[in-house]
Design a protein around this ligand. Sequence first.
Ligand SMILES: Cc1cc2nc3c(=O)[nH]c(=O)nc-3n(C[C@H](O)[C@H](O)[C@H](O)COP(=O)(O)OP(=O)(O)OC[C@H]3O[C@@H](n4cnc5c(N)ncnc54)[C@H](O)[C@@H]3O)c2cc1C
Length: 302
Amino acid sequence: VPDHLGVVGLDMAGPTIVDWGRDEQKRRFLPAILRCDEIWCQGFSEPESGSDLASVRTRAEREGDGWVVNGQKVWSSFASFADWCILLVRTDPAAAKHAGLTYLLVDMRSPGVEVRPLRQITGDPEFGEIFFTNVRVPTDSMLGAPGDGWKVAMTTLSHERGTHGITLAARLAVEMRTALSTLTAPAPSENRPFDDPIVRDRFTELWIELRALELVNRSALAVLEATGTPGPETTTSKLHWSELNQLLTALMGDCLGPAALEESNRWSYARLRARGNTIEAGTSEILRNIIAERVIGLPRSR
Ligand SMILES: Cc1cc2nc3c(=O)[nH]c(=O)nc-3n(C[C@H](O)[C@H](O)[C@H](O)COP(=O)(O)OP(=O)(O)OC[C@H]3O[C@@H](n4cnc5c(N)ncnc54)[C@H](O)[C@@H]3O)c2cc1C
């Protein structure tokens, strides 16, 4: 089954609206997200603000009964197709970095919104730049209060790494079974790749790692069910999943030889797309920092 386009809506915007939205916002947005009638994108990263997300500079200024937004976002997945954007903006430049942010729900068809697609290593323009020029956003499209933006964004990111991350791990289990049937299928005029003990070792190691990831995710799901919000342990899930996915696609590339380079080969595409896994939703370095500080409890680095 191909990926659906409602990823940001279902796994990130929707859960954030459940946590922070007023009743009328829930009524307006959640049914359309569930039906996939409206596609969402995430406008967090900027050219100078990726890992250091709290430094975003896209400005929203009060004007009458709403906000006027100016600035630029980048790497926004599905921006070219999106109807709505979850947007992190700076509303109080005088406040401390994390305190001056606000979270808006922006209609991507508003005058002044321009999307320029960016082509990825796979050849697909899955993400893009979004430029905002005097874009008017009504006050009732704000999630939380002015200044709550950082807290609301952390809810989104915890679902991106948790709710979405758990889904990705379930899909990885399916991918691993598909890989296994490819590796064990008799190859014409050759041995099966799985007959090579090194391939068997590499694959078995990945299988064990996947099992460990599934157990961590089970306990993360228990936390999610009990509290409604994914806990910091989901950071481990996203880190583990992204690295496992890269190792699996690399193994398949090694085993399939030149066939893996053919454009039509699913493992070729998967291997190229997997490069971004350790960058999107927080790079592996940032996730290791979070695990050190919030899961293990080491003191914050300066
Ligand atoms: C496929 C893909 C899809 C994406 N989709 C979206 C999206 O839909 N919406 C969105 O808003 N963004 C999206 N992003 C952007 C993503 O969130 C950022 O790329 C990511 O947060 C890293 O930011 P950066 O690219 O600016 O790198 P930088 O923050 O400049 O980092 C550069 C390098 O420095 C390292 N580094 C930075 N700070 C530290 C530190 N404190 N400690 C240790 N190492 C550090 C990083 O790990 C990295 O290796 C997407 C990215 C990719 C690849």
